[in-house]
Design a protein around this ligand. Structure first.
Ligand SMILES: C[S@@+](CC[C@H](N)C(=O)[O-])C[C@H]1O[C@@H](n2cnc3c(N)ncnc32)[C@H](O)[C@@H]1O
Length: 454
């Protein structure tokens, strides 16, 4: 693959004028595929336990400089049920997330590597496919996160990822990021993982190489400036945000930050900044900077919009009693239930829920845990994913990969029990989720059909 001369000249002049050898090293690294890596969701499983499980399936994990992110290879001899990591039980149960190492860093930078119990309102301004949204949800489990994505074609992938990882504290909105400038001083934290010139896809496709032109880079940097300006306005004073891109050029990074500092002098400080070089850091291309807001800045405030999500409404008394037929109150004390048409939504309790419901139109609000049909609730898989009902009995699927495989293929499985109700299903000490045993004793798989193994 030949790399565009324009690209090489820009990088030589901007970063490597002092060292042709390093330039050549950089150029040879960027056309090599990246090592795959995954992130472990430590709120679900310990690192040790997860690594043992994967090693038993023939994966060889390698430590990285992020404690819960591992790169991996596979051994050659697989057992017949072994699948790609993306179809493993561990992946389906939200224990792991396949994510590039440097990209996994930006949420850690925002959260200072900690899990926070604050009830923040967080904006993920450019969120699809949701890698970092799910990470925000792990690092800020008690906060409410707006996952915003204006590109319609990129919504299905976002929703699919949120489904798998759980979206109990997430609302999805479809605004151009510039829109948030009309909500000054609103968010405690913002992640702006900006749309960029996709330089990093060089090793995957020749397009980024062929199309690299400084004019295109400057065009996208003007959009990035507007998005950053919007983030600056909508961030609360003393709030923090991360601006990141998966490009290394200065035009989409330092220039965008410089323009913010010129526009709002004395209002912001940059508290962290790093450029990840593939030939030095062994990662994908990435630039990340962390910004703190020191002073409020001018924005154009829209009229308060009351009840923009008017179809998302609180439950009636009768509907609430149906919820309590299924859950003990202690099971759900941290959640609030709403209704959208016939759908039952569960959302983690948070101080900003009403602010969001009144001001930002959400195409998704929390998790769809049931359907209200003819005065009763039919619970879905999601009712057992994040929420756990202690009224529902547990059953264990026989410890046999073949049976698990049948389960994931939606084949009929008979369970030796007289029970005909919902069950919490376990396999190999792992809770798979909520299922149902029908009147003929067959286990009805409540996993979403799109996750079916083929
Ligand atoms: C680098 S990707 C985000 C990746 C995502 N944060 C993740 O980790 O999975 C940038 C996203 O910005 C979206 N985007 C494009 N124009 C936008 C705009 N005006 N406002 C907000 N987002 C925009 C793109 O559709 C794309 O999904």
């Amino acid at each position: 693959m030949s790399i565009s001369e324009r690209f090489i000249t820009y990088y030589r002049e901007t970063f490597f004028s002092w060292d042709e050898e390093w330039l050549q090293k950089f150029l040879s690294t960027i056309i090599t595929p990246l090592k795959k890596s995954f992130r472990i969701n430590i709120s679900k499983i310990s690192i040790e336990n997860l690594l043992i499980r994967l090693k038993n399936q023939g994966y060889i994990p390698f430590e990285t400089w992020i404690s819960n992110v591992f790169s991996f290879e596979r051994t050659i001899d697989f057992n017949p049920f072994e699948r790609r990591l993306g179809f493993s039980l561990e992946h389906l149960l939200w224990y792991i997330y396949i994510q590039e190492l440097a990209a996994a860093h930006s949420v850690h930078i925002l959260s200072d590597w900690k899990i926070h119990n604050d009830s923040f309102l967080i904006l993920d301004m450019a969120s699809s496919p949701g890698w970092k949204t799910t990470q925000l949800s792990e690092q800020y489990p008690k906060s409410f996160i707006i996952a915003n994505e204006p590109t319609r074609e990129r919504i299905p992938q976002l929703l699919q990822n949120l489904d798998r990882m759980g979206s109990i504290n997430i609302g999805v909105t479809l605004y151009p990021g510039q829109y948030f400038a009309t909500s000054p001083e609103t968010f405690d934290r913002i992640l702006l993982d900006a749309p960029c010139s996709w330089e990093w896809t060089i090793f995957k496709t020749t397009d980024a190489v062929k199309n690299w032109h400084i004019k295109n880079v400057k065009t996208i940097s003007r959009l990035q400036e507007k998005l950053l300006e919007s983030a600056c306005i909508s961030l609360k004073t003393w709030g923090e945000m991360v601006y990141s891109t998966c490009t290394l050029n200065q035009i989409e990074n330092e220039w965008v930050l410089d323009s913010m500092m010129r526009k709002f002098p004395w209002c912001f400080e940059i508290t962290f900044q790093k450029r990840y070089w593939p030939h030095i850091d062994g990662t994908g291309w990435f630039f990340v900077s962390k910004i703190r807001k020191l002073l409020s800045v001018e924005g154009k405030k829209l009229k308060i919009q009351k009840n923009i999500n008017e179809e998302i409404i609180p439950l009636s008394k009768h509907e609430q009693s149906l919820v309590f037929d299924f859950f003990h109150s202690s099971d759900i004390q941290e959640y609030v239930f709403y209704k959208f048409k016939h759908k039952l939504l569960a959302v983690r309790l948070s101080e900003s829920l009403e602010l969001v419901r009144n001001n930002f139109y959400c195409m998704r609000f929390g998790e769809e845990v049931g359907n209200i049909e003819e005065g009763k609730i039919v619970w879905t898989h999601y009712a057992g994913k994040t929420l756990v009902s202690s009224k529902v009995p547990s059953m264990i699927l026989p410890d046999d990969e073949g049976i698990l495989d049948l389960y994931f293929r939606w084949e009929k499985i008979y369970l030796n029990t007289n029970l005909r109700w919902y069950i919490n299903l376990y396999y190999d000490w792992q809770r798979i989720g909520l299922d149902y045993i029908n009147e003929t004793g067959i286990l009805s798989n409540f996993f979403p059909p799109s996750w079916r193994r083929k």
